[in-house]
Design a protein around this ligand. Structure first.
Ligand code: CA
Length: 542
C-alpha cells in the first residue's frame, strides 16, 4: 500500500509539539475540514473587510453574505499569503506544506521541473495526513487540481471528480469535454453548479457518520469569466460600485468578447456571488447534520487577484507585489475566535501542519516542512505566533516570462531581490502594504539581514536557478521545433507531391506557423533575460 509505505517514512524527530492551550469550544477528536479554494480571487474581492482600518480591503459592489456570516463566526486575516502568485505552485504547496521553492515547482509551466521529470506523488498531502491518523477520515477533492502530472486521487483523495486523462485543469472549468471543446451548459458556468452539488452531496453522505476533509477548488474566478445571466442581472440592478463604468451596464449582447472574458465587473460579481451561494449551501447542510460546530471551514484563494485593482495593493496575479500574493482568508470552526481580524502573517504552506494539529493526529509530521500550525493563531489571534521550522516566508519565482525574483517576509518587513540585476527593495508591510516606499537604502542593515536569511534558505533547498530555467525553456523550444519538423516530414512523405499538393501546402503552412511561434517564444526569453523591470511586461514590449 502506497499510504502505509509513506507513513513509515515519517521521522519521529520531525514532529513539532505545539504545547498550546486546549480548545475553547468542544470539538470531537476528529473534526471535519472544508477548504474552499477560489481561483484568482483578489484580497479585496469579497464583502468581508480583510482589514478594518482599510476601507478598500473589501468590495463596495461584490456581495458575499455567506462569507460575512462565516467571518462573524470566525476569523479574517489581513496578512494571509498564497504560496505563489500563480496557480500550479500554490496548489502543490498547499497540499504538501512546503514552499514552491522546496518543491522545485515555482511558476506555471515550470520548464526546469518538466525537464528534470520531477514527480510529487510521494509527497505527503493534507489528505494523507488525515488518512494516516487512524481516525477514519474520508477525503474528497472537487474541481481544479494541481496540474503537472499528479491527479488528486494519487495524493490521498478518496473521492474526486476527475473524469478524463490527467489532473483537472483550467479547461475543465470551461468545457464538458476537452477534446470536443463542447462548452459547459449555461446553467453551470465555470462548473459552479456542479461543484456545489458534489460538495453538498458529499457532506450529506458523510457528515455525522465519518470525519471528513473536503477541498473544493473552484475554476472561478479565473478567465475566461462566465456567470449566470440571472445573477448578472442582479448586479445590473445593485447599487453601482466605485470601479464600475458606464459600459459595464450596456446590454449583455453589446459587451465585447474581450470584456466578457476578463473584466466585465457585473459578470465578475455574479461569479463571486455564486461561489458564495455554494458556501451557504454547505453551511446549511452541515447544520442539518448537526456537524457545523465540529467543522473547520477555510475560504481562500490560490493567488492574488487577476482583475485589478486589488484594493490598495499593488499589481496582481503573476507579480510578487502584494496584489499578487496577498489573498482573502476567512476561517471558522471549533475554538476559532469569533468575529476577529487577525494580523499575523500566515501562508498556505501552514495548512498541512495546522490540519495535523487540529485533528490531533499522533503520527509525526513529514520531514522538511516549511509551515507551522495555525492553531494558536486561530484560538488567540494576534496574541499568538506561528512557529515554523525556518524564519519568515520565502517566495522564490525564477520565471522566464515574468520578472524573476525572490521575496521574503519576516515580521513587518518584506524584502525583494531581482534575480538578474541583484537590485533589492524593502517595504514595511505594517505601514506601507501598498509598497510605495522602498526602504532598501534607508535601512541597509535590515536589508542585509533579510538578504542573508533569504539566501541561506535558497541554498538550503537547492533552489532553481533562473539561468537554468531560461536554458530549459530554450531546450524545450528546440525540442518542439524538431518534433514539428519530424511530423511534417512524416506526414508529407505519405502524400503524392502532385495529387496532394494542396494538402502538403497546408501542412507546410502549419509548420511555418509553428516555427514562427517558437521563434517568438525564443525572443520572449531573450527579452525577459535582459530586462531589469520589476513588474508587468518588459518595457520593450509596451
Ligand atoms: Ca490561480
Amino acid at each position: 500500500m502506497k499510504l502505509t509505505t509513506r507513513l513509515k517514512l515519517f521521522p519521529l524527530t520531525a514532529f513539532l509539539a505545539t504545547g498550546l492551550a486546549p480548545l475553547t469550544t468542544a470539538a470531537s477528536d476528529a473534526p471535519n475540514f472544508i477548504l474552499m479554494y477560489i481561483d484568482d480571487l483578489g484580497w479585496a474581492d469579497t464583502s468581508v473587510p480583510m482589514m478594518d482600518s482599510e476601507p478598500e480591503s473589501k468590495s463596495d459592489f461584490y456581495q458575499t453574505p455567506h462569507l460575512e456570516t462565516l467571518a462573524a463566526r470566525g476569523m479574517r486575516f489581513s496578512n494571509a499569503y498564497a504560496p505563489a502568485p500563480t496557480c500550479t505552485p500554490s496548489r502543490k504547496s498547499i497540499q504538501f506544506g512546503k514552499t514552491p521553492g522546496r518543491l522545485q515547482y515555482t511558476f506555471v509551466h515550470d520548464v526546469l521541473a518538466l525537464k528534470r521529470n520531477l514527480t510529487w506523488v510521494d509527497e505527503v498531502s493534507m489528505a494523507d495526513v488525515l488518512k494516516g491518523s487512524g481516525k477514519g477520515y474520508v477525503t474528497a477533492h472537487f474541481g481544479k487540481g494541481m496540474a503537472a502530472r499528479e491527479r488528486m486521487s494519487e495524493i490521498g483523495y478518496d473521492v474526486t471528480d476527475e473524469y478524463d486523462i490527467g489532473s483537472n485543469g483550467n479547461f475543465h472549468g470551461d468545457y464538458v469535454d476537452i477534446k470536443s471543446r463542447k462548452k459547459l451548459p449555461a446553467d453551470d458556468p465555470k462548473r459552479m453548479r456542479s461543484l456545489k452539488k458534489s460538495s453538498v452531496d458529499f457532506v450529506r453522505e458523510h457528515a455525522g457518520k465519518k470525519p471528513f476533509f473536503m477541498m473544493i477548488s473552484h475554476y472561478a474566478v479565473h478567465v475566461p469569466h462566465e456567470a449566470s445571466a440571472e445573477l448578472i442581472e442582479k448586479y445590473r440592478n445593485s447599487p453601482r460600485g466605485k470601479y464600475c463604468k458606464d459600459e459595464d451596464y450596456l446590454p449583455t449582447d453589446q459587451i465585447s468578447a474581450g470584456k466578457k472574458n476578463s473584466h466585465w465587473r457585473l459578470q465578475y460579481a455574479a461569479m463571486i456571488d455564486e461561489i458564495d451561494q455554494g458556501l451557504g449551501a454547505l453551511v446549511a447542510e452541515l447544520e442539518a447534520a448537526g456537524e457545523l460546530d465540529n467543522t473547520y471551514i477555510i475560504y481562500t484563494s490560490d493567488n492574488g487577484g487577476g482583475m485589478r485593482p486589488n484594493g490598495p495593493l499593488g499589481w496582481g496575479k503573476a507579480q510578487l507585489y502584494e496584489g499578487g500574493l496577498r489573498v482573502p482568508m476567512v476561517v471558522a470552526g471549533p475554538g476559532v475566535k469569533e468575529n476577529v481580524q487577525c494580523d499575523v502573517p500566515v501562508v498556505q504552506w501552514d495548512y498541512l501542519s495546522t490540519i495535523h494539529d487540529l485533528a490531533g493526529v499522533s503520527t509525526p509530521l513529514p520531514e522538511n516542512l516549511d509551515g507551522g500550525s495555525l492553531r494558536g493563531v486561530f484560538e488567540r489571534g494576534n496574541a499568538a505566533e506561528v512557529e515554523r521550522p525556518g524564519e519568515g516566508m520565502v517566495f522564490h519565482y525564477p520565471c522566464y516570462f515574468a520578472p524573476p525574483m525572490s521575496v521574503i517576509r519576516v515580521g513587518d518587513y518584506k524584502y525583494m531581490k531581482h534575480l538578474l540585476t541583484g537590485e533589492t527593495q524593502l517595504f514595511n508591510m505594517k505601514s506601507d502594504y501598498s509598497e510605495k516606499f522602498n526602504l532598501a537604502r534607508e535601512m541597509p542593515e535590515k536589508a542585509a539581514e533579510l538578504d542573508k536569511v533569504l539566501s541561506d534558505y535558497l541554498v538550503s533547498i537547492d533552489a532553481e536557478d533562473v539561468q537554468d530555467v531560461y536554458q530549459a525553456r530554450l531546450e524545450e523550444l528546440d525540442y518542439f521545433e524538431a518534433q514539428s519538423r519530424k511530423i511534417f516530414a512524416r506526414e508529407s512523405a505519405r502524400l503524392d507531391p502532385v495529387a496532394d499538393a494542396d494538402k502538403i501546402a497546408q501542412q507546410k503552412k502549419r509548420l511555418d506557423d509553428n516555427l514562427l511561434r517558437f521563434e517568438k517564444n525564443r525572443e520572449e526569453v531573450a527579452v525577459y533575460r535582459n530586462s531589469s523591470h520589476w513588474a508587468g511586461g518588459p518595457p520593450s514590449k509596451k
